[in-house]
Design a protein around this ligand. Structure first.
Ligand SMILES: [Zn+2]
Length: 277
């Protein structure tokens, strides 16, 4: 499932998407304007050794600040919503309706650092470490955008068009499709789902992750399908066909992916139309 390099090679050719620009099609939007608020990052002191290392990594690289800035540039919130980095056991990232905040656990980053460091085995030790850093950044961005979707659904009382977890994954994909940097993050996210699916099959995961989300390969294939659907010409190498036996997305699923992507883009653009900047 190691295909980051192939994905990365395709990025240069990828057409850039403009999630925000599609909002103009919503003529029936309720009269509203983007709120003045945004995600506001803060750091609680880490309580574990692994957590402390991730706290330093996140702060030095302004990982959460960058994710917040990307979201805040596109979407207005009715008020500031805290994005708080904390130590948690078990590791997680989640929207907390009680405190109206997104919590991102240092140990969640540490969990994925462990997973990716076992998979990033090409190049020098420094190159491997850098690849793992990039993957952790990618997963952190995806997690923040997924939890932002839960926050948006609640604070703007958005109607659900399906399973909320799927909607949240879809908004994360849309935000990750915005530019080439975030498309790199989407690839790290896909690889993370692939790794989790493998660990899950091995029965290795139950004590590591506590999460209401499905950890089966469904999210892995969804993420691939949607990124492929965002630009089928660029990502056609992912489709498994007789001519392309190295592909990994079944052709029967692939044919519907551009439609799935268009549909989720339309749904979220319509839902968020009043609040897009
Ligand atoms: Zn969720």
């Amino acid at each position: 499932m190691r295909f980051h390099r192939r994905w990365a090679a395709a990025l240069a050719a990828a057409a850039l998407l403009t999630f925000g620009a599609t909002s103009a099609t919503s003529a029936t939007a309720v009269p509203a304007v983007p709120g003045p608020g945004g995600l506001v990052v803060s750091y609680e002191p880490a309580e574990t050794e692994a957590g402390l290392a991730e706290q330093q990594f996140l702060q030095q690289n302004e990982v959460l600040e960058s994710a917040a800035a990307h979201a805040n540039a596109l979407i207005g919130l009715p008020r500031d919503i805290p994005l708080v980095a904390v130590s948690c056991d078990p590791p997680n990232a989640y929207w907390d309706p009680e405190s109206q905040a997104i919590l991102f656990c240092y140990e969640y980053a540490a969990l994925f650092r462990g997973i990716f460091s076992e998979r990033n085995t090409e190049g020098s030790p420094a190159e491997q470490a850098r690849a793992t850093d990039e993957d952790v950044i990618g997963v952190a961005n995806s997690a923040v955008f997924h939890e932002l979707a839960h926050a948006l659904i609640q604070v703007y009382d958005l109607p659900a068009t399906g399973r909320e977890e799927d909607s949240a994954d879809q908004l994360a994909t849309l935000l990750l499709s915005e530019d080439s940097l975030h498309r790199e993050y989407a690839i790290s996210d896909i690889e993370a789902w692939g790794a989790l699916a493998e660990l899950s099959e091995q029965g290795d995961l139950s004590d590591k992750v506590s999460d209401v989300h499905a950890l089966d390969s469904q999210r892995y294939y969804n993420a691939i399908c949607w990124l492929y659907g965002s630009d089928p010409q660029t990502y056609d190498f992912v489709v498994l066909t007789e001519a392309n036996p190295e592909g990994f997305l079944p052709e029967s699923r692939a044919v519907g992916c551009p439609g799935e992507y268009a549909q989720m883009q339309k749904a979220w653009s319509t839902l968020l139309a009043p609040y897009l900047k």
